[in-house]
Design a protein around this ligand. Structure first.
Ligand code: PLZ
Length: 446
């Protein structure tokens, strides 16, 4: 890790003058469609801290959207990626292969759920992994339909936009979308009409009924779900939902795909979130946390499914770039050595404890409608007090108040009313508590 002090420090307003100058250049040069949560320009980052160009040090509760779980400058990632950079930057695995790619696939086979024979293919982004999971499932089943869920998020390419639930900002004006994508209900406990305790059974029955009656199970190539839904609001499907859907897929020859791009690699306190209910997916998509900040993604799954695509049918110039693979091997090494699953569980304990206290003790605590998530993937859903009416303005105001105090937090949710916390798993407990103090103060002022 870079020797960046693990302390919050504010020396200017947030953003400071140098960030403001860069932001002016950015507005003139960068397309408006690419947004930023907080226009603070980064100078260096590591552990639980982001240091900006003005010398401010922010506490990081975002990890670059669940990417830098090992920190943004983890020693093993930097060491291995630097060594690889000096050896060679690229050959294209489809032209002349290299060991790092194979080693990452071996690690994926070992770490993902299930003891069946597994194979992997590597890509650059999460969306690309999802696209390829669909290609592979279609090649294997010789069927076309793809089933996705309410509140799901899968990316910004044409197919994955179509698979994503939320219109604004992801889809508006960017259609038409690919055909043969169907959306069914998910067990969103907090908002399930007959109560969270019924959500698992009722939502899975509804989803299965829609698949059989409206699509026809025999036409479905793949059912794709995030075991904890990320952008949609950190929704853990109510217990029983995932097992019922996975069983239905198995009984009907449908490829069950877990999109673990956000929830995977120790984020929820397990290597993969689907382990929580003992789910063994046929295919699993990974990205984000896999490579400590370098762009890498993967599809991993049953060897017979992965091998269904003909030779030359999968790939891409940069897929499994050697520097990114070296970064992944460094990140995985760090996760094992520092027991980042254990760290994520501890983060959950601290965060949920403090958030529950805020909910019960603060005068406006009933604005926190729900506290949820697992490991270091924790969120609060904000509502108009005494109702379940989503309060996106409150989430936005809280995020803004945290930002100006030097705590980077993100929002999410179909209704934009969820404040989410994704600290690097290596964050120190003092920083974690200081971040929670800032949230508490922001809340008290809301
Ligand atoms: N699947 C489950 O969470 C990416 C996207 C934020 P890419 N999530 C953050 C934004 O506004 O673009 C994500 C995900 C899940 C797929 C993806 C897509 O991964 O690497 O962004 O393509």
């Amino acid at each position: 890790m870079s020797d960046i002090p693990q302390e919050r420090r504010l020396v200017t307003a947030i953003p400071g003058p140098k960030s403001a100058e860069l932001q002016a250049r950015r507005v003139a040069a960068v397309a408006a469609g690419v947004g930023s949560t907080l226009p603070v320009f980064t100078a260096r980052a590591g552990g639980g801290i982001i240091e900006d160009v003005d010398g401010n040090r922010l506490i990081d509760f975002g990890s670059g959207i669940a990417v830098t779980s090992v920190g943004a400058s983890a020693e093993a990632v930097v060491r291995r990626a630097s060594a690889q950079l000096a050896d060679f930057t690229h050959t294209c695995f489809m032209v002349t292969p290299y060991e790092g790619y194979v080693e990452v696939c071996e690690q994926l086979a070992e770490l993902t759920p299930g003891d069946h024979a597994k194979k992997s293919a590597l890509f650059n982004s999460g969306a690309e992994a999802v696209e390829n999971a669909v290609k592979i499932a279609r090649a294997y089943t010789k069927r076309t339909a793809v089933v996705v869920f309410d509140h799901g998020y899968h990316g910004r390419t044409n197919l994955t936009m179509g698979m994503t639930a939320k219109n604004m900002p992801y889809k508006q004006g960017f259609g038409p979308f690919a055909p043969e994508v169907y959306r069914v209900p998910v067990a969103y406990g907090y908002r399930w009409p007959t109560g969270a305790e019924n959500a698992g059974a009722e939502a899975s029955a509804q989803a299965i009924d829609e698949i059989t009656k409206q699509i026809g199970a025999e036409n479905v190539a793949a059912i794709i779900i995030e075991p904890v839904l990320g952008e949609g609001g950190f929704i853990e499907p109510a217990k029983g939902f995932l097992p019922a859907i996975a069983r239905f897929a198995k009984d009907n020859g449908i490829v069950f795909v877990a999109d673990e791009i956000q929830s995977g690699f120790c984020r929820t306190g397990q290597w993969f979130a689907c382990e929580d209910e003992g789910i063994v997916p046929d295919l699993i998509t990974t990205a984000k946390g896999i490579a400590g900040g370098l762009p890498l993604s993967a599809v991993t799954g049953r060897a017979e499914i992965m091998d269904a695509a003909h030779a030359g049918g999968l790939g891409g110039t940069y897929g499994g770039n050697p520097v990114a693979c070296a970064g992944a091997l460094g990140a995985i090494e760090t996760m094992r050595e520092l027991d980042l699953n254990g760290k994520a569980k501890r983060i959950e304990e601290v965060m949920k404890g403090r958030l529950a206290e805020m909910q019960s003790k603060l005068p406006n605590g009933d604005a926190i409608g729900d506290i949820r998530g697992r490991g270091a993937m924790i969120a609060i859903e904000l509502v108009k007090p005494g109702t379940k009416e989503p309060d996106a303005a409150a989430a936005g105001a809280l995020a803004k108040a945290c930002h100006s105090e030097g705590l980077l937090v993100l929002t999410c949710g179909t209704y934009g009313n969820v404040l989410r916390f994704l600290p690097p798993l290596v964050i120190g407990e003092d920083l974690l508590n200081e971040g929670l103090d800032i949230i508490e103060q922001a809340f008290a002022q809301l």
